[in-house]
Design a protein. Sequence first.
Length: 421
Amino acid sequence: MKISFLLHNAYGIGGTITTTYNLAQALAERHEVEIVSVLRHRERPNFTLDPRVRLRPLVDLRHEKEHALHRRPARVFPRAEYRYRQYSELTDRRIGECLAAIDADVVIGTRPGLNVHLALQTPRHVARIGQEHLTLDNHSPRLRRALRRAYRRLDVVTTVTEADAAAYRRKMRLPGVRVEALPNSVPDPVLPAADGTAKVVVAAGRLVAVKRYDLLIEAFAVVAAAHPDWQLRIYGKGEEHDRLRHLVAELGLSNNVFLMGAAAPMEAEWVKGSIGAAASNFEPFGMTIVEAMRCGLPVVSTDCPHGPGEIIEDGVDGRLVPVGDREALGAALLELVRDDERRRRTGRAALENAQRFAPGPVVEQAEDLLTEAVSARRAGRRVAGARSRVHHMLVSQGFAARDAAVTAAGTVRRTVRRGQR
C-alpha cells in the first residue's frame, strides 16, 4: 500500500508527532509511506525519521510566513479548531493541491481540521482515515457540528482509547463510518529495563498547566521530607517552567526536584528512574505513561479522562489516584518508595503489560483497518463493521441537537454584546 499521513508540523515536538512517526516508521517495514507536513519552521525535524519514510512540507514558514495568502484567513480549515490561527488561505490552497494530486491508496489525517480537509478534498478513489488524538468531549459544540458535517465522508475514524471511541459512536451522527480505538504504539526499547534500585521518580511532557506538574511537585514534597535521598526529575519545556522553578525554590526542594529540560528520545532517561509519575487533569492517551512502563517503571498517575485508566491496572503495574488529589498522589508515591519489593514487582508487571503497546500488535491492527478501508473504497462500499444502528442514530441526533442549541445560544450572546457596545 501507499500510505500518506497529513500532519500539522512534523518539525515540532509533541505527542501526535511522536506517535505519527512511530506508526509511519513501523508501517514502512512493508509499505510505501510518506508524511506530509503542512507547516515547516526549521531545517530538520526534532526527531530522527526512518529514511524509508518520505517527509514533504507544504508551507515553509522560514520563507513564506509573510506570503500574501498566508495573511488571509483559512476557509476550509474549521474556525473552531484550536490551531485555526496558524492556518490560512495559503495552507488551504497547498493542502487542497496536495490532496488533489495525491498518489496514495489511503490518506490519514492527524487532527480534526486536517481530517476536514481529507473528507472534503481527497479524490473519491482514495481511502480516508481521520485520527482523533484528543477526545470528542474536548472539542467545542461548534467544532463538533463542523466535524459531523465533514466526517460522514470519511471511511474510518480512529481514537486512542475505547472510551473515546464509544463517545464518537454515541454522540456523532456518522452513518457508515467505522469508529475504532487504535492505541498509540511505543517502539521496542533498546536499553535494558530499569531494575528499580535508582532513587529517582521521572516525569515527562510539555510544561503546561493541564499537566499539573505543580501538583506533582507538591506531592513529592512529602516523599522528600521522609526520604531526602530521592529525586524527582521532570523532563520537558513550556510556559510553566518559570512558575515551577519558583515553586521548587519556595518549597525548599532544590536538592530533590530538577527541571531537566526537553530530552528526545526519553528512553535513556526513563531507565535511570524507578518510578514514573503523571498528574494531569486531562490525558487523551498517556504516551509518557506507556513509555515509562515499556522501560520497566511502574507509574503513579491521576485517573483523568481518558487514557491512564485504560493503560494502568491499579495496584498491579502502577497506581491510579483521584484527579487533583495531592495527598493521594503523595501517598501512592510513598508506597512505592518505601517498599522495594513492591516497586520491583510492579515494575516487572508494567514491563510485561505494556507489551500490548509494542509496534507489532498496534501496526497489525492498523494494517487491517487500512487494508479494509482501501478495499471498500475501491469496491464502492462502506467499511465493514460501521455502526449505523437506529439506537445510535437517535442518541447521536440528540447530541447533535444539543450542540446546535449551544452554538446558537453563543451566537445570540455575542450579537447582544456587540449591540450593547
